[in-house]
Ligand binder design. Structure first.
Ligand code: EPU
Length: 417
């Protein structure tokens, strides 16, 4: 890509990756056909579809219409193999539903990844609390229960998104009432709670820090629309600000991005709500903005690299604190290849804004780092080549065509080597 274009126009955001993968796993809880709408056309959805097929489901995916239909049989296989789990860590989200449906689940341990070590202790402790046995054998997490799981009080040390989902999906058909305290409150958690309730679950406290789940005997399949992807919407908002552009983002919810949009206003942008989203207009060099990542409703870690890119060309210096994933600053070394001035110390990064960045080849190491590097490339002098685009494909559908429509000078090359 060649930097320097102002991005102007409209984009529509699809359903959220981090919701739809869990909604697909939740479909396992009910025999029959569950249909999901507004599903993004991204690689991770394909991997999850393949995983569900291996468990015995029929899965169809209409990429153009964004519809996934999952037909779940009466009897499921309960093993998720390493070849798929290693490609997508989120595969772990089948653990809870498989245990609830089959009384057993064997899921390959995902291991660490490019953003950190990412433990599963809270998932496992929660399932044990509900009466399951869990062992780690030959690289697999094996959970089982002879009887129906039983409702219990569970307290999470940290409001983990994944642990909340695992315990929630295991508890919906448990015997009795489960109370999970200190749960994650992300919009994607609200989305899965809503879908489970549509399926016949009885979950109260949706959107709060405590979920109370009255176990039911069984769930039924439903049709459900996926919540919009707030991280993709936030990425477009930063794209408008960094390029001093004007982008209207449709199918986006301001209330899911309160702090991030507030930061963009502090940077100098004008953000206005439109009927089904918001518009971001910027006509000056952005001012540097400090950010601190925290569980929702705090600033999302999944927008941290994009904001580091923004700060790299901003007026002033910013302190960025990453509290979720210890290795998420790794991409800063790539940003430095574009001339960014970023120093990291533990979970802090000091970004001193430069007047300009300078195009260079860089490597994306994860989805959000990839998005951050593309944003930086949009404002770098000369040509920037981002390698490792398959990471970006995991989370952003039609990213390059959308950028081209907004006026970016960018082409997708076949990946070499
Ligand atoms: N953690 C533990 N033990 C556990 C569970 C989590 O130590 O049992 C730690 C993790 O190591 C991490 C922190 O808690 O340091 C947060 O983890 P959390 O469980 O909340 O995150 P996750 O479920 O693994 C999801 C998203 C991430 C997003 C985070 C935080 C999916 C598939 N992934 O991960 O999204 O950053 O929540 O919001 O939903 C991305 O989309 O690029 C991405 C990484």
């Amino acid at each position: 890509m060649v930097g320097g274009s102002r991005l102007v126009g409209e984009v529509r955001v699809t359903g959220a990756k981090n919701s739809v993968l869990k909604l697909m796993a939740a479909a396992l809880l009910a025999e029959g056909t569950t249909t999901l709408l507004d599903v993004p056309d991204i690689l991770d959805v394909e991997i999850m579809a393949e995983l569900l097929r291996r468990l015995g489901c029929e899965v169809t995916h209409d990429q153009v219409g964004g519809v996934v239909a999952i037909t779940v049989p009466a009897i499921l296989d309960h093993r998720a193999d390493y070849d798929l789990v290693r490609r997508m860590r989120a595969s772990i989200c089948v653990l809870g539903p498989l245990l609830a449906r089959c009384g057993a689940a064997e899921v390959a341990l995902p291991g660490g990844d490019n953003i950190g070590s990412r433990g599963l202790d809270m998932h496992v402790d929660g399932l044990i609390k509900l009466g399951a046995r869990a062992v780690n054998e030959h690289g697999y997490l094996i959970a089982s229960t002879e009887k129906r799981l039983r409702g219990e009080s569970v307290y999470l040390d940290f409001p983990s998104v994944g642990a909340t989902e695992t315990i929630l999906m295991a508890a919906v058909t448990a015997d009795g009432t489960t109370v999970i305290d200190n749960v994650a409150r992300e919009p994607e958690i609200v989305d899965i709670c809503r879908m489970l309730n549509e399926m016949g679950a009885r979950i109260a406290g949706v959107g709060s820090s405590t979920l109370t789940i009255e176990g039911v005997e069984e769930l039924h399949p439903v049709t459900h629309r996926t919540v919009p992807d707030r991280i993709v919407a936030g990425t477009w908002a930063v794209a408008a600000v960094i390029t001093q552009g004007d982008i209207t983002i449709h199918n986006a919810k301001v209330e899911h991005l309160q702090i991030a949009l507030e930061k963009l206003v502090i940077a100098g942008a004008v953000v206005t709500e439109v009927e089904d989203g918001f518009r971001v207009v910027m006509d000056q060099r952005p001012k540097a903005v400090d950010i601190v990542t925290l569980p929702y409703p705090g600033f999302p870690t999944d927008l941290q690299p994009q904001f580091i890119a923004l700060n790299a060309i901003a007026d002033g210096a910013a302190l960025v604190t990453e509290n979720l994933f210890e290795a998420r600053f790794r991409f800063v070394q790539e940003l430095a290849r574009l001339g960014a001035d970023v120093r990291t110390d533990g979970h802090h990064a000091l970004v001193r804004g430069r007047l300009a960045l300078s195009g260079a080849p860089v490597e994306a190491t994860d989805i959000r780092a990839g998005a951050g590097l593309v944003l930086a490339g949009l404002v770098a002098d000369g040509t920037t080549t981002v390698y490792g685009v398959s990471h970006i494909d995991r989370g952003y559908s039609g990213f390059v065509p959308d950028l081209v429509r907004l006026g970016a000078q960018i082409t997708r090359l076949e990946e070499v080597g």
